[in-house]
Design a protein around this ligand. Structure first.
Ligand code: SAM
Length: 306
């Protein structure tokens, strides 16, 4: 397996600055929920319990089959943005010719290492795993460029819903060349967002999200997970609400939180099939084909840049 490559922005000094910003602004960047081995393990537990890949694996198999008919095998790379546990990418790759190169990428080094080893065990052709922040200040296409082929499949499963569309879609669009494909997944809310709240409002999810604050000291309070709607977008919102004065400290700096103060821990936007098409098209990304689960709650979308 080619060695893991870490983007220079992923250095402890920059990350510490960004963590401090999260505490100051009271809003946690999603990438900080997957950083440590413990967070990765807690997230994998949540993922196994509340989003079992077997339930929707047929969507990824169908999407893989569809792509197999479109790509040029010897000149193709599948680059996964935010690969996480990598199950979905591996399901797709099993349907593609074996000479398609797989580049797992994520901000979490523990997750990346696990995925690369797993893909290798499955007999897939694995290139260098790349560790980077997709919102890095440098143009990410420059960093990933040497690992790409003439035609590329970018996958982004479970990542897009964690960001406001305005925040993530311009970045995704900037990666796509005319021959490339984007495959992304979204959890949909066909019968309204309240029905899926239990998938988030549970103890394993709270334990995972609380872990970010633990590293700075004892945060006294509790996590509230609820549904919300802003700018015509529905989302799940997890907030930490302090119930007693808490002092969190890092890098020699202290942050005092008083009872009633809140930290926005996590957001997951929920789309419908139609809102996805409309919002992506506003960002010049066209949905060419969609695969929707029988219960209508999960969708895999094959797209190209307009
Ligand atoms: C919800 S998980 C989805 C994982 C996997 N693709 C799946 O669907 O099972 C989101 C993944 O994106 C990664 N991630 C979050 N913020 C990121 C960022 N700014 N840059 C790169 N990866 C990021 C996390 O480490 C995590 O593995």
């Amino acid at each position: 397996m080619s060695p893991l490559i870490i983007h220079p922005d992923l250095n402890e000094q920059t990350l510490e600055r960004e963590r401090i910003l999260c505490l100051k602004q009271g809003k946690v960047d999603p990438k900080f929920h997957y950083e440590t081995q413990k967070q990765s393990d807690l997230w994998l537990k949540v993922h196994e319990q509340f989003a079992p890949p077997t339930d929707v694996s047929c969507l990824y198999q169908e999407a893989g089959q569809f792509l197999a008919g479109l790509i040029k095998p010897k000149a193709s790379t599948l680059l996964s943005l935010g690969c996480g546990g990598g199950e979905k990418d591996i399901t797709i790759l099993r349907k593609l010719p074996l000479d398609v190169n797989f580049i797992p990428t994520d901000i979490s080094i523990p997750l990346l290492q696990a995925v690369a080893q797993r893909a290798k065990r499955e007999g897939l052709r694995v290139g260098s795993p790349l560790a980077f922040n997709i919102f890095s200040t440098e143009n990410i296409r420059n960093f990933i460029g040497p690992h790409l082929s003439r035609q590329n499949i970018f996958t982004s499963f479970g990542l897009i819903p964690n960001f406001h569309p305005q925040e993530i879609l311009p970045t995704i669009h900037s990666l796509l060349q005319p021959e490339d494909y984007l495959l992304f997944s979204a959890n949909l809310a066909p019968r309204g967002i309240d029905e899926i709240l239990p998938q988030y409002n549970n103890q394993p999810t709270k334990d995972w999200l609380a872990e970010f604050l633990q590293r700075f000291g004892e945060a006294k309070g509790q996590i509230t997970i609820s549904t919300a709607r802003e700018e015509q977008l529905d989302f799940i919102s997890a907030r930490f609400i302090f119930s007693a004065t808490s002092i969190l400290a890092t890098g020699g700096k202290e942050f005092v939180f008083e009872p009633g103060e809140q930290i926005d821990l996590f957001t997951s936007y929920r789309y419908t099939k139609d809102s996805i098409k409309r919002i992506f098209s506003e960002h010049h990304i066209e949905v060419a084909k969609e695969f929707i689960s029988q219960n209508g709650e999960d969708g895999v979308f094959v797209c190209q840049a307009q």
